[in-house]
Design a protein around this ligand. Structure first.
Ligand SMILES: Cc1cc2nc3c(=O)[nH]c(=O)nc-3n(C[C@H](O)[C@H](O)[C@H](O)COP(=O)(O)OP(=O)(O)OC[C@H]3O[C@@H](n4cnc5c(N)ncnc54)[C@H](O)[C@@H]3O)c2cc1C
Length: 305
């Protein structure tokens, strides 16, 4: 059985969320990856057991165009006889697969944590509802199962033995209508490490005091609502879900919608003046104090080392 997986890149390498999706895909069949890029990270994909890569070069399709990407996946799913099409549960993964569902008329399940084939055209799923606060058991019956994989649930694990990988450069045929929505440029400063895949995230909330308080911090919705920082830096239910080794939460109260985005962090350190702030109940370590004193002292101690 062939399982088609949309792989997003973080720089030249697959995004960690995509490697998690590939790991889950491997339990369902032979993994064929689809990449919208000029080059494929062959070695990494082979290590994760990908047997075939379909490379959609930028000359064939420039920029991010969700409907066009979905059209390409629809064509490749038919061509390869895929029984499932997967993507990571990122903004793009969820958007493209929703378009794919609309194009093909197939059902699509977002943010799954477990997918098990159950004979024929049936898959049993467990998926996040309410930003991961609830888990739902569901059954999907479809000739081709479409789903995305929750970014903070499945661990990315390489295959026991690397696959002999083949790369196919694919030239899609697209209609003008597929390209009506297309992101052709990113604003200045949009580069840098991805919040969703960063190993260390330093977060700042309203307690930071104002826009000038964000030398190196990422953020809660309190501060995006105030316009102190852009929405793309928001962690939480309506922002990005993060899964770092370490999350340093500074001046963040720990509202349930914020925790929905950072509960996947391996370790949380909170700095807060309020010993009753909810974030402290989720933190491995807490410093009760003023971040304007604690952070400079922390930076000085780190520099000294
Ligand atoms: C539908 C919906 C979706 C939402 N989605 C999100 C989301 O995705 N992400 C998100 O973050 N929120 C989200 N929210 C908002 C959420 O409910 C909270 O309002 C928000 O997280 C609060 O942000 P905050 O912790 O920065 O601010 P506050 O709640 O105001 O907390 C500030 C904290 O800073 C501490 N503090 C103050 N001064 C200092 C200091 N000098 N040093 C140290 N600590 C200090 C205070 O003790 C307090 O704990 C959502 C809400 C709704 C209704």
């Amino acid at each position: 059985m062939t399982v088609l997986t949309l792989v997003e890149l973080d720089g030249a390498e697959p995004a960690d969320a995509s490697l998690r999706a590939v790991t889950l895909a491997r339990s369902l069949g032979d993994v064929n990856a689809v990449l919208f890029a000029d080059a494929a990270p062959r070695d990494t994909l082979a290590r994760y057991g990908v047997t075939d890569v379909f490379l959609i070069e930028r000359s064939a399709l420039e920029g991010y165009a969700p409907q066009a990407w979905a059209r390409v996946l629809a064509g490749l799913a038919a061509e390869t006889g895929a029984t499932a099409v997967l993507a990571a549960g990122t903004d793009r993964g969820n958007e493209v697969l929703a378009h794919l569902g609309a194009i093909t008329g197939l059902p699509m399940a977002a943010n799954c944590t477990l997918v098990t084939p159950d004979g024929g055209k049936t898959h049993r799923l467990v998926r996040h509802r309410w930003a991961g606060l609830l888990l739902e058991d569901a059954v999907m019956e479809a000739p081709v199962a479409l789903f995305t994989v929750a970014t903070d649930s499945v661990a990315s694990v390489s295959a026991a033995t690397p696959a002999a990988i083949q790369v196919h450069v694919h030239k899609p045929e697209l209609a003008e209508a597929d390209l009506v929505v297309r992101a052709v440029e990113s604003p200045a400063g949009a580069g840098g490490a991805s919040l969703a895949t960063a190993r260390v995230v330093v977060g700042g909330g309203r307690g930071v005091g104002g826009p000038e308080g964000f030398a190196a911090l990422e953020v809660s919705r309190g501060v995006t609502s105030e316009g102190w920082r852009p929405h793309k830096q928001q962690v939480g239910q309506t922002g990005t879900k993060i899964t770092p080794e370490l999350y340093l939460a500074c001046g963040i109260s720990g509202a349930i919608q914020h925790i929905a985005g950072c509960a996947g962090a391996k370790h949380i350190i909170a700095i807060n003046t309020d010993p009753g702030a909810p974030i402290l109940a989720h933190a491995d370590y807490a410093v009760v104090g003023d971040l304007h004193q604690i952070i400079p002292a922390l930076v000085e101690a780190l520099r000294a080392r």
